[in-house]
Design a protein around this ligand. Structure first.
Ligand SMILES: [Zn+2]
Length: 94
């Protein structure tokens, strides 16, 4: 058995879909990591145990409210990181 944080899985997949809405966002590994860390530090982890190699097909969180909180945290992360990218990219207002 392996332990997975579903919140982290969902944040990562939401990052990918939201990222398309911000073509001016740098999106390098540093900026991506900073957005994920920013969001994850503001959200509660939700752990599940999975058999090794099992693919998490059900990535949804319990409620729309949790999903909304997750998107809010991610969007705030995008804005913060875009204003001061640590990678040296030009600061951008999203
Ligand atoms: Zn960057």
């Amino acid at each position: 058995m392996a332990v997975t944080n579903v919140t982290m899985e969902v944040v990562q997949s939401e990052y990918e879909s939201l990222r398309d809405s911000f073509p001016r966002f740098c999106g390098c590994d540093t900026c991506r990591g900073d957005v994920l860390v920013f969001a994850l530090n503001r959200l509660s982890p939700h752990y599940v145990s999975t058999r090794q190699g099992e693919i998490l097909t059900e990535l949804s969180l319990h409620s729309d409210q949790e999903k909304a909180k997750l998107d809010v945290a991610l969007l705030e992360g995008f804005r913060k990181v875009a204003l001061a990218p640590r990678c040296g990219a030009k600061p951008t207002q999203l």
